[in-house]
Design a protein around this ligand. Structure first.
Ligand code: ADP
Length: 227
């Protein structure tokens, strides 16, 4: 499903590699936690997967798509297969919860009728029934992250990338979000989570890939994390 073969990314001409010959294989429906100190190369890895950045060398194949042969015009299609959520939610402030989630569907050409059918299902999945008409500033951090997750999964991506999704949340809301990611994973989506939260990593008992100075330094089936 996700395959990296000796992937290297060097940003500047004289810069050290942000990623250095990284090889990885992630199966469909896995739940993988990516850890590493700041600057280790986690974001670079995620940006290569979403094609925001291109590798300097090495091979990337996601869902059967070989990035070497991927044309610019096909990138939006690829991004539909990969949902992304961030630490800072990135919601549209002038739009309601419903509209924030519907927006992703509108731009992919879904009719109003289909939209009215699909969006409530996702709102229910993420536990936001009753909040449809609220605006982002009226939501708690945990609720805002649920909207971001709903928006990321509404087009049924094969992969969900959650880049520090709990970074702005208190422990209780953090765990709510992690449980929601697990639920989405159970429904058949591969989840790739980055976090600095040691408690989450150690209690989840999932595969943990540790990156340090651009290299994979450990890959454990039921990993733990020490800072
Ligand atoms: P992490 O997400 O683990 O904090 P990053 O992937 O952001 O790590 O960064 C890895 C290395 O690449 C760092 O040394 C960082 O300074 C460098 N880097 C990241 N993005 C860029 C960029 N756009 N241009 C130049 N260097 C970058």
């Amino acid at each position: 499903m996700i395959l990296l073969d000796r992937v290297t990314k060097i940003y500047g001409r004289d810069a050290k590699p942000a990623l250095n010959r990284v090889s990885l294989h992630i199966e469909p429906n896995e739940f993988v936690i990516l850890v590493g100190t700041s600057g280790a190369g986690k974001s670079t890895l995620l940006k290569l997967l979403t094609c925001e950045e291109r590798p300097t060398s090495g091979k990337i194949v996601v869902g059967g798509i070989d990035y070497d042969t991927l044309k610019e015009k096909h990138i939006p299609l690829l991004r539909r297969k990969i949902g992304v959520v961030f630490q800072d939610f990135k919601l549209l402030p002038q739009r309601t919860v419903f509209e924030n989630i519907a927006f992703a569907l509108e731009i992919s050409g879904m009719t109003n009728r289909e939209l009215k059918n699909t969006v409530p299902k996702v709102i229910e999945l993420v536990g936001l029934v009753g909040k449809e008409k609220q605006f982002p500033h009226q939501l708690s951090g945990g609720e805002a992250q649920r909207v971001a997750i709903a928006r990321a999964v509404v087009r049924q991506p094969k992969i969900l990338i959650a880049d520090e999704p709990t970074g702005n949340l208190d422990p209780r809301h953090s765990w709510d979000i992690v449980r929601l990611l697990e639920k989405i994973n159970r429904y058949g989506t591969t989840v790739l989570l980055t976090t600095h939260n040691v408690d989450i990593v150690n209690r989840l008992k999932r595969r943990v890939i540790t990156i340090d100075h651009g290299k994979v330094v450990s890959d454990q089936a039921q990993g733990s994390y020490r800072q």
